[in-house]
Design a protein. Structure first.
Ligand SMILES: Cc1ncc(C[n+]2csc(CCOP(=O)(O)OP(=O)(O)O)c2C)c(N)n1
Ligand SMILES: [Mg+2]
Lengths: 328, 346
């Protein structure tokens, strides 16, 4: 049985179910308790779990993230919410220098089972400091796992897996997608970390994306369908470890690949996917892999800048046509 | 301290009447600026409702006395940096309401060509180092701006403004320590409006008298009333004199209140009507007008003339913003590097 709920509700269900299951799981972050979350993801959780386990922090990202890391090293399983990942930059020292390295430094004696979560990516006209993506930053660092997803059902299953995971996990959501609805099973389930999902089958070209760019990729695929081009659309779901095998399998069928990634182009997820695919599917490619990223610039406020900056169905369709060598 | 206050007051010409310590010009200047900010912000909210202004938008309504005091207490060449609740501070620096409104509308005529929006006005010509979106980031930045003044041997300082919420960021403690150790001419102002989003000050720390944090660094500090522009002015002058005398930083806690929610999307359910009404009784714009009239500092007609002037100014600012062209999206590639032919990836 399933029902239709929002991404926001799905994420809350994941946290609440895990907190009911394991009393060592707790949530902390700015406005998570009394205000019910800046984006209402933790609505009602203070009421159910009390202030011992749903904790409002001051605006002190470096400090409360470090407190989370210490607590994780000492037997608890914190969920640290960042109002957005832009503010997690203040806490990168604790995430990168400590959470990611504790196991290695202690030669396996201390682990750090912690989830860092919050929205990543642009969210309308929020300008330079509030519009950045962080998947590739975090995925670059050994010791961290990275999940980035908006599909409600899979978000729930993956967040539960992340909370149960013994390693530190960075979990990336989207501000503008919290209200998006989807079918979510009634009964308990886990979605495995490290496995991509084929969202739409196709034969002519593979489009790979993740997080809210999936919506653009799907819209482009629907448009292409009308023109007789059959696109297979893959949602990475997990960024690290990256499930390139699912993409390789798809490309062996379609022989063409377009990667859609909201991140900046340099050394990002799109670059990594492209590397893996040229390595493992070189002989199957009928055209160079093309990627569609945000512009290689900071994102400015006004609408024309946003339009210029972000990937959209038109840019994706153009990319698909270029790998298919058909006139745009 | 009393003698310092006297010194501060003398800097501005007295109008000779016993009741008010400042000249008519000073009072009218304060009043005009505070009214400009109030009307500007009301127009901002209106335009936001019409979806002409987008993104995060935090207005200054209720806190105008602080901007008012800044008009009179600084000297040319002093610098200012603040957070995202910044429209009022930018206006107080003399930035014109047209370019500020156009910025909110995302137009090419905006003070940063539509690139920053509500959170990021900047104006080098006005020594305004901007609205900053990352809570607390401007605390070390302001310290560095002041460091440069000392380095260059000027007599100027940098006013570094932040909220009560920001005062819990580690960056503050690191900055305070270095500023005090190196005697940097920085005037730290915490605009304590009681809340950081939905979190009241007493829920963020054991120390609710934020200015006393200065004690840990032997930094001069005090709390002042932020609902009265004279009090703000006096506090600022005291602090500025202390700093210009080479004593290093000064930490002012200015107690104020925001009448609206944190941002346009916040219904502000975390506070009571009584509390809001209490502070509305202390409305700095209304009370300054009352004071001017009651003490006969200026006539009703003179006040009305200012009201008319501001009304027209804001109306024209909105018209200017509406009629200005949107920027070309390709401008996205400008201002990322000074290198003209930078090879952007595509
Ligand atoms: C580092 C960082 N963390 C969180 C946020 C989100 N945020 C924006 S404003 C704000 C509250 C700040 O309150 P305060 O400093 O009191 O300033 P006020 O809004 O009252 O002027 C928060 C949490 C941010 N912009 N930057
Ligand atoms: Mg505040």
């Amino acid at each position: 049985m399933s029902r239709i709920i929002t991404l926001r509700d799905a994420l809350r269900e994941a946290m609440s179910e895990e907190m009911r299951r394991d009393e060592n799981v707790f949530l902390m972050g700015e406005e998570v308790a009394e205000y019910n979350g800046a984006y209402k993801v933790s609505k009602g959780m203070l009421e159910e779990f009390g202030e011992k386990r749903v904790i409002d922090t001051p605006i002190a990202e470096l400090g409360f993230t470090g407190i989370g890391v210490g607590a994780a090293m000492n037997g608890l399983r914190p969920i640290v919410e960042f109002m957005t990942w832009n503010f997690a930059i203040l806490a990168f020292d604790q995430i990168v220098n400590n959470a990611a390295k504790t196991l290695s430094q202690s030669a396996g004696q201390f682990s750090c089972p912690i989830v860092f979560r919050g929205p990543s990516g642009s969210a309308g006209q929020l300008a330079q400091q509030h519009s950045q993506t962080f998947e590739s930053w975090m995925a670059n660092c050994p010791g961290l796992k990275v999940i980035s997803i908006i599909d409600p059902a899979d978000s729930k299953g993956l967040l539960k897996s992340a909370i149960r995971d013994e390693d530190p996990v960075c979990f990336m959501e989207s501000e503008v997608m919290y209200g998006m609805k989807g079918e979510v099973p009634e009964e308990e389930y886990l979605t495995p970390i490290g496995v991509a999902a084929v969202r739409k089958e196709g034969t002519d070209v593979t489009i790979v994306s993740y997080n809210k760019m999936m919506e653009e990729a799907k819209a482009a695929a629907a448009e292409l369908e009308k023109e007789g081009i059959s696109a297979e659309v893959i949602d990475l779901r997990t960024i690290k470890p990256l499930d390139y095998e699912t993409i390789v399998k798809s490309v062996k069928k379609t022989n063409r690949l377009v990667v859609v990634d909201e991140a900046w182009p340099f050394a990002g997820v799109s670059a990594e996917v492209t590397y893996q695919l040229q390595k493992y599917a070189f002989d199957y490619l009928d055209a160079p892999i093309v990627r569609v990223n945000s512009a290689d610039t900071s994102l400015a406020y006004s609408a024309p800048y946003v339009e210029e900056y972000l990937p959209n169905p038109k840019k994706i369709i153009d990319a698909v046509k270029s790998v298919m060598y058909v006139g745009a | 301290m009393a003698s310092v206050i006297e010194k501060g007051k003398k800097k501005i010409k007295s109008n000779g009447k016993a009741k008010s310590a400042y000249s008519k010009e000073t009072y009218l200047e304060w009043y005009e600026m505070m009214l400009r900010i109030r009307r500007f912000e009301e127009a901002t909210l209106m335009a936001y409702g019409q979806q002409k202004v987008r993104g995060f938008c935090h207005v200054y309504i209720g806190q105008e006395a602080i901007a008012g005091g800044l008009v009179s207490a600084l000297i040319p060449g002093d610098k200012i940096v603040t957070a995202y609740r910044q429209h009022g501070i930018a206006l107080s620096r003399g930035m014109d309401s047209k370019s500020c409104m156009a910025e909110l509308f995302g137009k090419s005529t905006g003070c940063v060509k539509g690139k920053g929006g509500s959170m990021h006005f900047f104006s080098k010509a006005h020594d305004y180092f901007g609205g900053n979106g990352i809570v607390g980031a401007q605390i070390p930045i302001g310290t560095g701006i002041a460091f440069a003044e000392k380095y260059k041997g000027t007599n100027n300082l940098c006013v570094t403004m932040f909220g009560d919420g920001a005062s819990r960021q580690g960056a503050l403690y690191e900055s305070f320590n270095m500023a005090m150790t190196w005697k940097i001419p920085v005037l730290y102002i915490v605009e304590n409006n009681g809340y950081a989003m939905g979190t009241s000050v007493d829920r963020t720390s054991n120390v609710t008298d934020i200015h006393t944090v200065g004690d840990a660094f032997d930094m001069a500090h005090e709390a002042i009333d932020g609902m009265h522009v004279e009090k703000v002015h006096e506090g600022l002058v005291r602090a500025a004199e202390h700093i210009r005398a080479g004593n290093g930083p000064y930490f002012l806690e200015i107690k104020t209140y925001r009448y609206k929610g944190h941002s346009v999307s916040d219904p502000a359910k975390y506070r009571t009507k009584e509390e809001l009404n209490h502070y509305k009784g202390l409305d700095p714009v209304k009370n300054t007008e009352l004071k001017i009239l009651e003490d006969k500092i200026a006539s009703k007609d003179e006040i009305q003339a200012i009201k008319d002037k501001i009304k027209i100014e804001i109306k024209e600012a909105v018209k200017f913003a509406e009629e200005s062209p949107l920027p070309d999206g390709k401008g996205l590639y400008e201002d990322n590097y000074l290198q003209k032919d930078f090879p952007f990836l595509t």
